[in-house]
Design a binder for this molecule. Structure first.
Ligand code: FAD
Length: 472
């Protein structure tokens, strides 16, 4: 085998790249090393698996190992790449009971990110979880299930699930009180998941609002909605320690001195890019701490690419290199790099941080730059407006209030970012704003867009257009 395309990491970015490379150049050898047993899985669905809305772990896979191999991908699960030598163009791999050197023609680092919990003392206690991967999700759901009803096979993990840890949690009495530490999108989704199991849910957040990246209007709406749903909110509170007797969590302590007895905790305070593999190489990291990559996903070393949660990408509005670890950019960048190394040079595109989150019945979306300080730092003079309007014609059943915030540059009128929140198909409206950002529209141009109107779907003036009208 000569000059294979070697991919490190077998999920969104890695397998998108491998598949696309094989399609673009069917003669190119492609090897994917994945240190775990799962490949091509949907992190994004794990809160809904924990909740019980998704039945089986296997439902969260988009491409089975067999399907990947049918595409001609040499997929090596249980193989960890432990070193990269960019001079020799080889990677060192541990797997299959041995260690070996694998030469590459092109290398893609698609190692993703990992959940952070180390700032909190006691985060390694039993009953304390992060949610980053299917094994974590399976352990949490096992713990929530009554031991008399628990069956590991019912989770649908096949040969990929690490059953011992899951069985251990499945044998425990379910928790009654859970602390969710961190009210970013994972924390909010998990608060909903725990509530579905009738736990007493306490949500802790260091800032004074949840989902800060979505801006104040969304944060305020989510706060009210979570409270109405019965979640106990502890905002402006920093959890500094988790305590436990006999190794199992039984309480937490905040910086303020506040304490709470809990028998489970989910730490969702952020993620960190998995860049360590490149520590002893000349591949440079960007200011964010993720791998610096150019418009084609190329790192600072020839023939070495990076994509997904481990890499920076250009921002759609500011052009600066940013770290926005989300699913679509990971898939898109991987696919583009696969095409490029297959002989069809394709840019990875840019990101606007477009994200959606569901908090019980409330739908939230955000895109672009909402934060005025950040906008000013990028040379803009930001101005924002927030409006609330109906989601459908007022007389049509199901209409609900939808709140839209738009931020624009005062001088040019260029749209910089926006958010949407409401209970009636609010989140998907963010795609109109994301498309407007991609087209570099001004607020006046957004107002002139010919959006659809029919009473069951939208009023004559969609809330997005109302917001544009008010800001214009
Ligand atoms: P990953 O999916 O993390 O995959 C990296 C892979 O590399 C892993 O399988 C890992 O085992 C492997 N690996 C790492 N190091 C090595 C090594 N040295 N050798 C071999 N293999 C290695 N995004 C959205 O856009 N919308 C959502 O709703 C959403 N929800 C989410 C919910 C949760 C709970 C989480 C955790 C994430 C969510 N995301 C969401 C983010 C999204 O899942 C990620 O952006 C995406 O999975 C990134 O893909 P990736 O391929 O870069 O990394």
């Amino acid at each position: 085998m000569s000059d294979p395309f070697v991919v490190v990491g077998g999920d969104a970015a890695g397998l998108s790249a491998a598949s696309k490379c094989r399609r673009t150049d069917p003669d190119r050898d492609v090897i994917v090393f994945e240190k775990g047993s799962w490949v091509s899985y949907a992190h994004c669905g794990t809160p809904y698996f924990v909740k019980g809305e998704v039945d089986r772990l296997e439902d969260l896979l988009s491409l089975s190992p067999a399907a990947a191999e049918e595409r001609g991908i040499d997929l090596r699960r249980g193989h960890e790449v432990v070193a990269v030598d960019t001079d020799a163009a080889t990677v060192t791999v541990e797997g299959g009971g041995t260690t070996f050197e694998q030469p590459y023609g092109d290398l893609l680092v698609a190692t993703g990110a990992r959940a952070v919990s180390d700032p909190i003392e006691g985060a390694t206690l039993d009953g304390v979880f992060t949610l980053h991967g299917l094994d974590h999700a399976a352990a949490i759901r096992a713990y929530l299930t009554d031991p008399d009803e628990f069956e590991v096979a019912a989770l649908g993990g096949g040969d990929a699930l690490d059953e011992s840890e899951v069985e251990r949690y499945g044998a425990l009495a379910p928790p009654e009180t859970v602390a969710v530490v961190g009210a970013g999108y994972v924390g909010v989704e998990m608060a909903e998941a725990f509530d579905a199991w009738d736990l007493d849910v306490h949500l802790f957040q260091r800032p004074d609002r949840p989902v800060p990246a979505f801006g104040d209007a969304v944060g305020d709406a989510v706060t009210e909605h979570l409270r109405e749903a019965g979640v106990t909110l502890h905002f402006d509170e920093e959890v500094v320690r988790l305590d436990g007797e006999a190794g199992h969590v039984d309480g937490l302590v905040c910086e303020s001195g506040a304490e709470l007895a809990v028998d489970a905790a989910l730490v969702g305070i952020g993620i960190r890019p998995n860049t360590e593999l490149l520590d002893d190489t000349p591949v440079e990291l960007g200011a964010s701490g993720a791998v610096a990559a150019d418009a084609y996903g190329r790192t600072t070393v020839d023939d070495v690419y990076a994509a997904g949660d481990v890499a920076e990408m250009p921002h759609m509005v500011t052009d600066e290199a940013v770290w926005d670890p989300l699913g679509l950019p990971a898939n898109r960048a991987g696919r583009a790099i696969g095409a490029t190394v297959g002989g069809d040079p394709t840019p990875v595109g840019s990101v606007a941080g477009t994200a959606m989150v569901k908090a019980f019945d409330l739908e939230c979306g955000r895109t672009g730059i909402l934060d005025h300080a950040r906008a000013r730092g990028a040379g803009f003079d930001p101005v924002s407006e927030t409006i609330t309007a109906g989601s459908r014609s007022g007389y049509y059943p199901g209409a609900a209030e939808t709140t839209v915030t738009l931020t624009a540059d005062r001088d040019t009128g260029r749209l910089l970012g926006g958010s949407v929140v409401g209970t009636d198909r609010a989140a998907i409206r963010i795609d109109t704003l994301a498309t407007a950002l991609g087209g570099e529209l001004t607020v006046a141009e957004l107002e002139r867009q010919d959006l659809g109107y029919a009473p069951p779907f939208s009023p004559v003036w969609d809330p997005v257009l109302v917001a544009a009208k008010v800001l214009n």
